[in-house]
Design a protein around this ligand. Structure first.
Ligand code: DC
Length: 207
């Protein structure tokens, strides 16, 4: 079974994807991490994330970069968003993601274009979303727990910028597939969101 999970930043899709993968005993790929590694490698190369050439050169990042904690921070997320606009970067990362999706036994992948581009043939498609205000609030709490000094207003502005870039780009924009189950987690805790996801998966399997 292939489960495709898409949605904007801080919608809860990462946590949900891990839970769903563990529940069904399926391997999981966080595809955002690949774009984050590209963003980080651009900086390590002394390049510019808005340059298609510099971004493409960074696709050859070493795999151990994926384990670096710096990949998880907001600045790398923004770099990833800028690097992911370039069609050549998306094309270069396509085969790796597609091969993961097509492995024997199935897989869970989460990102922005899994249900639309990487695995349009997925058995189940979920689109996890939430209001900017609730996503910013969650991210703010996370940052406070990690002792990162950033204001709620800065987080909200950054999320809105990333949403606009990820949704507005020409190639593989952030978009719910026509046949995706949309789950709005604005008012849901993780257990409720997980229950809603399991219900959607059961419904998709029946249809
Ligand atoms: O999910 P994330 O926040 O780790 O993703 C970081 C950026 O990478 C996101 O803002 C856009 C890009 N991305 C993408 O374009 N396509 C994907 N499948 C996953 C992430």
């Amino acid at each position: 079974m292939i489960i495709a999970i898409d949605g904007p930043t801080a919608s809860g899709k990462g946590t949900l994807s891990k839970r769903i993968a563990a529940h069904f005993d399926l391997p999981h790929l966080d595809t955002g991490l690949l774009y984050r590694a590209v963003g980080r490698q651009i900086i390590l190369n002394g390049g510019d994330p808005d340059s298609p050439e510099d971004a493409l050169a960074a696709v050859a990042f070493p795999d151990d970069l994926l384990d670096e904690p710096v990949l998880r921070n907001e600045a790398t997320g923004s770099l990833a968003s800028r690097a992911s606009v370039h069609p050549a970067v998306r094309k270069a990362l396509f085969d790796r993601q597609r091969a993961f999706a097509k492995q024997d036994g199935g897989a869970v992948l989460d990102g922005r274009d899994i249900g639309t581009v990487i695995a349009p043939d997925a058995d189940v498609k979920l689109f996890i979303t939430a209001s900017v205000a609730s996503r910013a609030q969650r991210r703010f709490k996370e940052m406070q727990e990690r002792n990162v000094s950033i204001s709620l207003a800065e987080i909200e502005a950054d999320l809105a910028r990333r949403d606009a870039r990820d949704t507005g780009r020409k190639d593989a924009p952030l978009l719910a597939a026509n046949d995706a189950y949309v789950i709005d987690t604005s008012e849901l805790g993780i257990e409720e969101a997980f229950a809603a996801a399991l219900e959607a998966i059961a419904a998709a399997q029946k249809s």
